[in-house]
Design a protein around this ligand. Sequence first.
Ligand SMILES: Nc1ncnc2c1ncn2[C@@H]1O[C@H](COP(=O)(O)OP(=O)(O)OP(=O)(O)O)[C@@H](O)[C@H]1O
Ligand SMILES: [Mg+2]
Length: 398
Amino acid sequence: MSRPATDVVKLLIVDDLPENLLALQALLRDDQLEVHAATSGEQALSLLLEHEFALALLDVQRSGMAGLELAELIRGSSRTMHLPIVFVSAADREHGCTFRGCEHGAVDFLFKPLDAYAVKSKVRVFTELHRKSRELRRHVAELEAARAAHEQLLTTLRKTEDELQRALTVRDEFMSMVSHELRTPLSVMTLDVAMRSGKLGKGDFAYFSPERLHSMVGRDGRQLRSMTRLIDDMLDVSRIQHGKLSIRRRRTDLGELARHTVADFAVHYRDVPLHVQAAAGIVGDWDDGRIEQVLVNLLSNGLRYGQGKPVLVEVGMAADGMALLAVTDQGLGIEPQDQQRIFEQFERLEAARSSPGMGLGLFISRDIVRAHGGSLQVHSRPGEGSRFEVRLPMTTEG
Ligand SMILES: Nc1ncnc2c1ncn2[C@@H]1O[C@H](COP(=O)(O)OP(=O)(O)OP(=O)(O)O)[C@@H](O)[C@H]1O
Ligand SMILES: [Mg+2]
């Protein structure tokens, strides 16, 4: 049966007589054997550096001590320490393991005159041994690779499991937050409805005075707005996660948009001074509804976390040629180490826990601004207030 090319093994023969080497080469001719010959110790050493041999046949009859020195050098190097050595010597010569380091690898002897059968069978034994150990090393390497692959798979699995667990926790927290946020306006409305139907049941129509009806409708409107906003925010988060937040651009005057939005806000938040400083003619191709949503989020935050102090909305041109929309408050402020994470979904700072909110406003706003090719950044000092800056390119790129 023929062997694959990878099964070829190398053999080193050393003898100072070239005719002896030729005779050995002829004797050992075989497809699966690559015989390298050296006539001196130096030549043998340079071949040993270059190749991985299965066996070295060293003639010690003629070269005497030179052969033994070569054997010592072979045993002395970690690369060749275990190379089996067969000494070729005269039959009458005293033999034995008489050189330094001989205990490390196999040592055998062939006696002159050489018997072709003995030489071939000895070489076959050692080359087979070499093949087997090479195969074994290959198997060990394969096993090691398989073990490493398993290890990596296991690490990936553990990571996935952790991520899944985190996602489950986020989902649970999200569900409890949503139910809490919806429950508050719902329970106010439920109480109101119960009281109104009680009054109606008793025929107490005087209760429904024009002023009271006014404030009831106002309250109902607020609760409905807050529930609608919550649901819209959740839908936006889902759109962002699926990369489907759409932007419908049209000519928009940013200053006008800011003035209208602030005017609407001022109706509902009479206690907090709201100011607008808007330059004229800041007009670009933006989704006005979405930019208004960003401004509403930033304004709501300014009012929620602004401790009742004035909030300023500015519109102008930034130095880099982008349109600038900024909302500045003089409230709680944000610690430097928190200034990035507040843009992640559900991130709320300890100081904000007493106010309603889901931690979605900034996450959605930043995504809307980025979808326009712009940026949303915060500058803030704890205790002094915060300034949120939106930058929008005037033209659509691409
Ligand atoms: N102007 C601000 N001053 C101080 N802290 C702020 C300000 N704006 C945002 N924050 C902090 O960043 C957090 C995240 O803000 P974000 O607008 O994303 O969520 P939220 O206001 O808590 O809830 P909502 O989903 O209703 O907007 C807030 O909870 C608050 O801790
Ligand atoms: Mg907010």
